[in-house]
Structures are given as C-alpha cells and as structure tokens.
Design a protein around this ligand. Structure first.
Ligand SMILES: [Zn+2]
Length: 196
C-alpha cells in the first residue's frame, strides 16, 4: 500500500519516519530508506530531523531514476530479493512519474512517504499532488503550531529579518541566503505576519 503522511514545517515528520523505521528494523523487517536528491540539508544522503535524529539514506533518488530499479539494485547489495517497507523522506520532491511507479509497486509492499503537502505559496508540489491522487492511506502529521498558538497549516518562507516571502522559486532549500521555513496558521500566512 502507498501511504502519504503530510505535515507542515515543524511537525517532526522526519523524526516520526526515523522512529517508525527504527522500530521495524528492530523487528527484523527488510527496510529501505529513500530520499529525493533535491534536499541538500546537511549532506547528500543524510536524512535529518530538526529534533536531532538522523540516518543515512540507502538510496538518493535523482529525478530521472526509476524507483523500482534503484530498489532492485539495493536488494542485490543486501543479498535479498525484496523489501517489506520503503520509507521516503521529503516525498514532495518526488516526480509525478516516481509516485506513479510507487503506486504500481505497492500491491505487496508498504511504501510510506512523509512530506509537505504545499509549498510556501500554498500550491501543491508535483510529488504531493501525485501522492494525494494515488495514495491509499493519507494522514496528516499534527503538532505544528503557529506563533499565535493555532494549528499551523501553511508552510511559510521567511528571510533573514523574519519577513514573509510570498513569491519566488518553488524550491529554495533553507540555510541558503538566510531563508528558512516556518509553519503559520492560514490567517497569519495570508497576512504575512511571522511573529506577534
Ligand atoms: Zn497564527
């Protein structure tokens, strides 16, 4: 089954992914950890959570990669025939074709994707749109709050001075040009207020 667990910035998606993966590894399941190549926080294959947990991805997916081919290659490296669980971090950066491929692979395989639903302008990422169309299990990762205390629902890009940015390229990784991302409630995202 293809699963999509979406949450805004600060909802500890990656920490949840890493804890779930750890539990399954402890139980002896064959688990693969995948991330799209576009996320360059820390290093190319690190899966990094803001609360401090991290792990190394088994596969860093380039946009032209076939998910099936990459997993087959990895299974050969691990000297087994297949995986039981595949975890994907930052799944919004998957291509539509990769999500389609995952949906077609998920009859007898659990593929669990964690990622953002929308970008800082409130638009879908192509990967998220495909995951929302094709996943059989869609859940929201709760827990992220706006500074006002209401539920954060909107991913927000802010500059070094804390000003809300509403226009620009869809993908601009944080730590570059003092850009960072926070979660805001809809009202404060609309008003562009990143603090009280
Ligand atoms: Zn608010």
């Amino acid at each position: 089954m293809l699963h999509f667990y979406h949450g805004v910035m600060g909802s500890s998606k990656t920490a949840m992914l890493l804890m779930q993966r750890y539990n399954y590894l402890q139980l002896g399941f064959r688990v693969a950890l995948v991330k799209p190549a576009i996320d360059t926080r820390i290093s190319a294959n690190a899966v990094y959570s803001r609360v401090g947990l991290q792990a190394e991805a088994d596969i860093v997916l380039e946009s032209g990669h076939s998910v099936r081919e990459q997993l087959n290659w990895l299974a050969v490296q691990h000297a087994h025939s297949d995986f039981q669980y595949v975890f994907v971090d930052e799944a919004q950066f998957l291509t539509e074709a990769q999500v389609q491929e995952m949906a077609d692979m998920a009859d007898d395989l659990e593929i669990i994707c964690y990622g953002l639903k929308t970008d800082f302008m409130g638009n879908f990422f192509p990967g998220s749109a495909a995951l929302l169309r094709l996943s059989e299990d869609i859940r929201e990762v709760p827990g992220s709050l706006c500074w006002c205390g209401k539920k954060a629902t909107m991913n927000t890009r802010v500059d070094g001075k804390g000003r809300v940015i509403k226009h620009g390229e869809q993908v601009l990784i944080d730590n570059q040009d003092e850009i960072r991302y926070i979660g805001l409630c809809y009202q404060h995202w609309r008003e562009g207020k990143s603090h009280g």
